[in-house]
Design a protein around this ligand. Structure first.
Ligand code: GLV
Length: 339
């Protein structure tokens, strides 16, 4: 009997997902969460037929160089700017991501950040925990925040997550504007009660601006000093997309100088480092890239990554049909025996 193919799992994941993989594969799973150097990634991938990697693992031509064994890389995330898809395709490696299963949880979390930033939840909690409440003579007009209901929500990037955020807005009686490369079908616009506008209008009108666009070089600093200057001084900015879409230094300056009311940020340029100016600001609510981190969703993401690997090797219920491939052309190369 042939030996089982091998999966290298670069990040600790749920044991039951590893057990599913073990039905078909030899599994080498990393037990420890820590940054992995390009050399470690290269060595891990060199000895494997498939890999499950995290968003911090950069898989590029250098890491793939000389690897003739690897067939599949499954990313634990919907965003895949850590993968060089051209290099993977050239190397005959199928890549996959985890769309859909995280849409609603990330949309929930965008609202958590909007609410927390608008109503100063983080700063108020820090104040309470520091013991300031007793004896503070807290006034009726202390801790005033901003209302969400009745305001204008702007969404930059109107994919599945943007639409999920928009659908929730009707519960807050908010007007929804969006800007996207392409207009949504009319039925979806109606369901989301969202109106397409140009980026300048979005910046000018939004009381809450939520970023949900993928990171590309073209989107780097899509929100920088000029865009921040075009926003209302009373506006709240929320980023659940990717670090680098916002110029964090420019954002910190705008928040510090009162040119923007507040921000809720789950992602940062150069994370896990966070710009020190942001750390010093009470009107920024900061979380460590956890928008998809609900119990159910993280399990679903890990299972979807495993499904892609299992199916790509012709195992399981959907053998030969990985559910969420990013470069499916690779499979036709396999079929033609070119890979
Ligand atoms: C999280 O950032 C993801 O892309 O899934």
């Amino acid at each position: 009997m042939n030996a089982k193919p091998k999966v290298w799992v670069a990040r600790p994941v749920f044991p039951e997902v590893l057990d599913r993989l073990r039905q078909y594969f030899e599994v080498e799973a990393q037990a420890e969460e820590r940054p992995r150097s390009p050399a470690e990634l290269k060595a891990g991938l060199a000895g494997a037929d498939a890999a499950i990697v995290g968003l911090a693992d950069r898989i590029d031509a250098a890491v793939l160089d000389g690897n003739t064994r690897l067939k599949v890389v499954a990313n634990l995330g919907v965003g895949h700017n850590n993968l060089d898809l051209d290099a993977l395709t050239r190397a005959g490696v199928l890549a996959s991501n985890t769309p859909d299963v995280l849409t609603e949880s990330v949309a929930d979390f965008a609202w958590a950040l909007m609410l927390a930033a608008a109503r100063r939840v983080g700063a108020a909690e820090r104040w309470l925990r520091a013991g300031h409440w007793p004896g503070s003579n807290m006034r009726f007009d202390d801790w005033l925040g901003l209302d969400l209901h009745g305001r204008t929500l702007g969404i930059l990037g109107m994919g599945r997550i943007g639409q999920g955020i928009a659908r929730r807005a009707s519960g807050f009686s908010m007007r929804v504007l969006y800007h996207n490369r392409t207009r949504l079908p009319e039925a979806v616009e109606q369901e989301c009660r969202a109106t397409l506008v140009g980026k300048p209008e979005l910046l000018a009108q939004a009381d809450f601006l939520v970023l949900v666009l993928p990171f590309t070089q073209a989107n780097r600093h899509a929100i920088g000093a000029p865009e921040l200057a075009a926003m209302k001084r009373s506006a709240v900015l929320v980023n659940v997309a990717r670090g680098g879409i916002v110029d964090d230094a420019a954002l910190a300056a705008a928040l510090r100088e009162g040119r923007l009311a507040a921000a809720g940020l789950d992602v940062f340029e150069g994370e896990p480092q966070v710009h020190p100016d942001l750390l010093a600001l009470d009107n920024a609510v900061l979380s460590p890239h956890i928008a998809s981190a609900s119990e159910d969703t993280r399990r679903a993401m890990a299972n979807l990554a495993a499904d892609n690997v299992i199916a790509a090797f012709g195992f399981g219920d959907v053998a030969g049909q990985p559910p969420t491939p990013l470069n499916p052309v690779v499979m036709s190369h396999w079929a033609a025996g070119k890979a």
